[in-house]
Design a protein around this ligand. Sequence first.
Ligand SMILES: C[S@@+](CC[C@H](N)C(=O)[O-])C[C@H]1O[C@@H](n2cnc3c(N)ncnc32)[C@H](O)[C@@H]1O
Length: 230
Amino acid sequence: MSNWKEIWGGRAVAVQATSLADLIRADGFDTGAGKVDTQAWRNYAAELARRLGIATGDSVFEVGCGSGALLKVFHEASHPVGGIDYSQALIEHAQRAMPGMSFRTAEANQLAGAAQDFVIANSVFSYFPDLDYARDVLERMLTMARKGVALLDLPDIQCRAAAEDFRRSALAPGEYETRYRGLDHCYFAREWFAGLTATRGWRIEVSVQWLADYGNAPHRFNVILTRIVA
Ligand SMILES: C[S@@+](CC[C@H](N)C(=O)[O-])C[C@H]1O[C@@H](n2cnc3c(N)ncnc32)[C@H](O)[C@@H]1O
């Protein structure tokens, strides 16, 4: 496992407050290329709900939920939510933000449990060590989801050089090399997802990253999988 785990696990939650803005900050969408504002975040969640077909009362479970910034929008709309993350500090924060919902500290590749209507992962697959790990997690998500799966903010292998140049340019000279030495992102080809899910009863939609005013968006994509009901 790369030391992304140490970084996320050691992420101190500076503010105990649990507004949507606080959770967005705790989940790392507060600096440089990754900065996002709350209205853009709400629009992001609304578009996700539309594309997945999330209906009143449907449950939404997230793998790598962090402090639950994306789940918070669904919780506010009275959906049952839950999630796992390998950062205990972030899981405790999610639990504070959404009392009574079910959060657990666990590695993504240990995902198991009761069926959920929708299983999502936003900005998480980028931290996985390799494609074998990603395939294992995706299989577990497909097993758990009754209606749909969303994989969001996936680094696009076709844009790797541009993405790294862009991230470097958002920092002071030399800072990228110091800060990210040994911390690679996992990149994906769009066809990889279709290859894994084709002919297995899933409809796949691969789209641009629609999160507005997000610096990484041009180098990322989203995958929406919905069960084909016979
Ligand atoms: C950028 S944050 C996104 C958090 C949340 N999904 C959101 O959209 O607000 C990435 C999260 O992925 C989690 N993560 C990365 N790799 C993981 C793994 N292998 N197992 C569990 N959690 C992981 C990190 O701990 C962190 O909370």
